[in-house]
Design a protein around this ligand. Structure first.
Ligand code: 6R9
Length: 650
């Protein structure tokens, strides 16, 4: 019998009103009860300094803070004057409190190989890697770029950087040569850590070859550390390239973590914005550490014996905060799986869960929808009874996918937490707490401690219950990013001046009378394809960089599995023919396969206003196959929409 209470109140098909109480057995033993949440949340807003000092006090600091928060809008400094080290807190601290023999990372390769690191073993590796970085000339503050498959060395490299105070910048292994080169240059990286290849869908992705290409256009790069993941036969450039295992073998085994200022930069992570150039989101040490520590512990209700699996690649922020830092800070056992969810078939995730007795699963709606399409049989063939909690992140989860996840994967026994946050926020901002709060499928839920959300108009007027508007955060929080690397002006403008005085998230949302926030999606020119952020401008600039394209406009189209897919309208260059196959390959090369347009329409004109602005609203309607709606009178060429509607996508 199910212990989920579903109050089926679908009084209006347009309105999801199911309310699902937390499973009783779970609620009875939850770390945070409803009352405790209310009390802590109230304190986190009423006495933020006291609240955050208490949380931070659970971690090690070599120098205490003078002040919890120094807020000079829009710049915040948290734990002012304090010194700490996040790698020390994730490793040495856990070994010191008796977790040395506990498994820290259980890694499974796509080929089925399993490697396990206890906290002591992980610490030993990180110490050697830190010494190896120092031997390569890396100093505190230097930027180190990672371009790696999801292997344990990726986490080890991140922690080693943190240990010496180097700023890591992880570039997703699926990104192209030029995307990598741009990021190396923007960060002015001194060292690149990569692998000879990564395994993906049974094949090999030649990361080292891409790294070599990118390095040709990255003048600041001095050294390349290369992990052997495949055949160890990558060509090595003498004087520049060093095999990871040689560097570690030569490194001293002892290493003391650097005492770093709380505001010392920890990492840069590039993400798409509404203009062409990806932004380097900069996070610092103390606040990020405290934020990821607390949210992992409370949102995932962490217990000593949990086996925790966040499926995100370390190339994304979810992989930073919830595959590496947050769970390791809490001394959890973290599962990492290198490969694709459908290799050798769509049962792979369930196989990983069964094999490693995973108790907490954190994944993305796009994955859930892909699994849903395969039906209930496949997961039914595996023993998923170890699971006790499920999480979702990356994009809005549609209620049907939520229900399927809870029923088929969670066996109606596991609460589902739908967590809203961003690269910029560093940690989970909105969610329900499992065991404390009922869930409303499709709605992320309530604010985490210290988070004060509001729904506003563009003019800054706060809206009431159920009114749609823009999601903002009204006060600083510890894990907030500190700036856009190298472009503080963009930090001010894009996030704090759009609606003066508050943090503008770029998402549209509404909040109901119970305070539950439902995030609807981006309101800017950012697409969310399979949970990954892509700027339309980024893809447009890649398209127009192709000789056959004179002009391009990119919009998103609702997609059953990916959430959104990329649709491109292109205007051919005079004297050229657009070859859709070549154009898709070109976008893959320029950005990465995830930006490749699903549909291309070769147009003779684009719908523009007389002032030359492309009216994307109409393109979105065309892309979705909808009737054109809205005022077309400002169009320069009124016939254009009809012609576009009559042209097939290729
Ligand atoms: C963590 C992460 C951030 C954007 C964000 C929003 C969307 C993420 C969501 C969600 C609705 C959720 N998003 N989680 N929308 N419900 N639970 O995904 O960071 O890659 O920076 O993307 O993703 O649109 O603004 P990031």
């Amino acid at each position: 019998m199910s212990d989920l209470t579903v109050s089926d109140q679908i009084d209006n098909v347009l309105h999801e009103t199911r309310v699902i109480a937390p499973p009783e057995a779970f609620a009875a033993q939850a770390r945070v009860s409803r009352e405790r949440y209310d009390e802590l949340y109230r304190r986190s807003l009423g006495d933020p300094d006291g609240f955050w000092a208490d949380v931070a006090g659970e971690l090690d600091w070599t120098t205490p803070w003078r002040q919890v928060l120094d807020w000079q809008p829009p710049h915040a400094r948290w734990f002012v004057g304090a010194e700490t080290n996040i790698a020390h807190n994730a490793l040495d601290r856990n070994v010191a409190r008796g977790l040395g023999d506990k498994r820290a990372i259980v890694w499974e390769g796509e080929d089925g190989e399993v490697r396990t690191f206890t906290y002591s073993q992980l610490l030993a590796e990180v110490k050697k890697a830190a010494n190896a970085l120092t031997a390569l000339g890396v100093q505190a503050g230097d930027r180190v770029t990672l371009y790696m498959p999801l292997v344990p060395e990726a986490a080890i490299a991140m922690l080693a950087c943190a240990r010496v105070g180097a700023v890591h910048s992880v570039v997703f292994g699926g990104f192209s040569v030029s995307a990598l080169a741009d990021r190396l240059n923007d960060a002015q990286s001194k060292v690149l850590i990569t692998a000879d290849a990564g395994q993906r869908r049974g094949g090999l992705v030649n990361l080292k070859a891409n790294a070599d290409e990118a390095a040709k256009n990255a003048p600041t790069l001095e050294k390349m550390l290369v992990v052997c993941r495949a055949n160890c036969d990558a060509p090595m450039q003498p004087g520049r390239d060093v095999w990871w295992r040689d560097a570690l073998a030569a490194a001293d085994a002892e290493h003391e973590a650097a005492a770093l200022d709380s505001e010392h930069p920890l990492f840069i992570l590039y993400t798409s914005g509404s203009t062409g150039k990806p932004k380097g989101v900069l996070h610092t040490t103390g606040g990020y550490m405290v934020g990821t520590y607390l949210t992992t512990q409370t949102v995932f209700d962490l217990r000593d014996d949990d086996v925790y699996w966040c499926t995100a690649d370390v190339g994304w922020v979810t992989g930073h905060s919830y595959s590496v830092y947050g769970p390791l800070l809490n001394g959890a056992t973290v599962v990492m799986y290198e490969g694709a969810p459908n290799h050798p078939d769509w049962g792979r995730f369930w196989d990983v869960i069964q094999k490693h007795r995973v108790t907490i699963l954190y994944t993305a709606p796009t994955a859930i929808r892909s699994f849903m399409r395969q039906g209930d049989d496949l997961p039914g063939r595996y023993d998923l009874s170890s699971l006790r909690l499920l999480g979702s992140v990356g994009e809005p989860i549609n209620p049907e996918a939520w229900m399927w996840y809870a029923r088929v994967i969670g066996g109606n026994r596991c609460p589902v937490v739908d967590t809203w946050w961003q690269t910029e926020t560093g940690a989970i901002m909105l969610t329900t707490l499992p065991g404390a709060h009922p869930s409303k499928p499709g709605s992320a839920g309530l604010p985490m401690f210290g988070v004060e959300p509001a729904i506003m108009t563009h003019a800054g007027t706060e809206l009431g219950p159920d009114e749609g508007g823009l999601l903002v955060i009204k006060r600083p929080w510890p894990s907030m990013f500190r700036t856009v690397y190298g472009d503080d002006e963009r930090y001010r403008r894009s996030y704090w001046e759009e609606i003066p005085g508050v943090y503008f998230a770029g998402d549209g949302a509404r909040r109901d009378a119970d305070g539950y926030v439902t995030v609807i999606g981006r309101v800017d020119d950012v697409l969310n394809v399979s949970g990954h952020r892509l700027g339309t401008m980024e893809i447009e600039s890649a398209l127009v960089a192709h000789p056959s394209v004179a002009e391009a406009a990119v919009v998103g189209r609702p997609d059953e599995v990916k959430g959104e897919s990329v649709v491109a309208f292109v205007l051919p260059q005079v004297g050229y023919e657009v070859d859709p196959v070549a154009l898709r390959a070109h976008v893959s090369r320029e950005i990465g396969a995830l930006a490749r347009p699903d549909a291309i329409l070769i147009a003779d004109a684009l719908p523009k206003t007389r002032s030359g602005k492309i009216m994307r609203r109409f393109l979105r309607q065309l892309a979705a196959g909808k009737e054109i709606q809205g005022d077309t009178s400002t169009l320069e060429d009124p016939g254009v929409l009809e012609r576009l509607a009559a042209t097939p996508f290729v």
